[in-house]
Design a protein around this ligand. Structure first.
Ligand code: PSV
Ligand code: MN
Length: 400
């Protein structure tokens, strides 16, 4: 694709910011508090607004309930708008309440399943109230030891529970189903891979689609292949970008393996340009989101880094010489096929992206501009004072 067309295509490329990626996070060994990290929902919108103001590609913020719970959902839409963003996918949390120790929607106890289903319904209501068009579902359900439970009984409970949630979905709202092969369960996870997620979607209906998270696969898994299959089936609903070295590390996008990211984007872009209108529609509707934790980095800066990185790799994928690739494939010219990909990957797209930003009235260099703005230094004392005034009980955090 030529540069002018690629520049136009960049106008449609957006990625959702996770509210939890702006909050303090840690590991089971501890959380190192960052004095500027957002806690309350207005702070999360303010920070997300900064990410969008400097990158121009992050207009939506995903919320996690109950971490982001508030008494008045009707005012949340306006609050987000005040900060130049809007509400993205609503993520129910059915993994922290003590009732969910042995599962949520797969739990053997009907009372616990009903509680989990009611929470999903609440999230659908929140999505309606905030103008969001998706709920995003991830489950920690699984077992830790062989023999602990019947896989098939749990599968049936999941099917029945998700069917109930699906029935509550209004027209036009999507249910994104995310899989993960392990953690926190260490023996089996009920929704462990794209196959099980797809199976659920087929049982539920067209409003259910699979969400792929980079960190949720065994080492060496060919994620771009999964993306291609799900696109072809019309069931790729969303993508959680992050990067990992070992497991679900939730590091800044591109920190470890940018070439993998590029190859994933090659499939997403191939889908956007496919000759089949259904594949094109699926690819163009795929909700791109970050799912990362700051891991000792200043929160807003780390998401700006990710945003710049995904935009660069999307741009590189747009520049792949598709016609040349088709011809080289037809000749079985393996070397040329790979060279075409590497040419695009090696292209320095930064000047092109600087042009794109200038054309939108943005600073050409988002991270530098944000750092120079003094935002972090400004909000830090305000937030420290606010925490002191409110006491330790204020707000919600993320993991840990
Ligand atoms: C847990 O692994 C996780 O990171 C999933 O990827 C979800 O998308 C996210 O938390 C929010 O619930
Ligand atoms: Mn995720």
């Amino acid at each position: 694709m030529d540069t002018a067309t690629a520049l136009r295509r960049l106008d449609h490329f957006t990625v959702e910011t996770p509210s939890w990626g702006l909050a303090d996070s840690g590991t089971r060994f501890g959380t190192f508090r960052q004095p500027w990290a957002a806690k309350l929902i207005d702070e999360k919108f303010a920070d997300a607004g900064q990410v969008h103001a400097y990158t121009g590609i992050c207009p939506r913020v995903a919320l996690h309930i109950p971490w982001d719970r508030t008494d008045d959902w009707s005012s949340i839409k306006a609050l987000a708008n005040q900060h130049g963003v809007r509400v993205g996918a609503i993520n129910p949390n059915v993994f922290q309440d003590p009732d969910y120790q042995f599962g949520s929607i797969c739990h053997a106890d009907e009372r616990v399943r009903a509680k989990a289903i009611a929470h999903h319904r609440e999230c659908i209501d929140i999505a309606v109230a905030t103008g969001s068009d998706a709920i995003s579902l991830w489950y920690a359900d699984g077992t830790n030891y062989p023999g602990q439970a019947s896989f098939r009984e749990r599968k049936h409970r999941m099917q029945d529970s998700l069917a109930e949630v699906y029935r509550a979905l209004p027209a036009g709202m999507r249910m994104l189903i995310e899989y993960k092969f392990f953690e926190p369960a260490f023996y089996h996870t009920d929704l462990q891979d794209w196959g099980s997620a797809l199976l659920m979607c087929h049982k539920l209906g067209v409003q259910a689609q699979v969400l792929v998270d980079t960190g949720h696969h065994a080492q060496g898994t060919n994620i771009e292949h999964i993306v291609a299959i799900l696109l072809d089936e019309g069931r790729l609903g969303g993508f959680h970008f992050n990067n990992r070295k070992y497991a679900d590390d939730d590091l800044t996008v591109g920190a470890i393996n940018p070439y993998e990211l590029f190859l994933i984007f090659c499939e997403l872009v191939a889908g956007e340009e496919d000759g089949d209108a259904a594949v094109r529609a699926t690819a163009r509707r795929c909700a791109y989101m970050f799912d990362q934790c700051p891991n000792h980095k200043p929160t807003v800066e780390s998401i700006i880094q990710s945003a710049v990185c995904v935009q660069e790799h999307y741009a590189k994928a747009l520049l792949v010489d598709r016609a040349g690739l088709e011809q080289a494939r037809a000749r079985h010219d393996l070397v040329e096929c790979e060279e075409i990909l590497k040419d695009a990957y090696s292209t320095d797209v930064r000047p092109m992206l600087c042009d794109w930003r200038r054309s939108k009235g943005l600073d050409a260099h988002p991270l530098k501009a944000f750092r120079a703005s003094g935002y972090t230094q400004r909000v830090m004392p305000e937030r420290i004072a606010r925490r002191k005034a409110a006491g330790a009980a204020a707000g919600s955090g993320a993991f840990g």
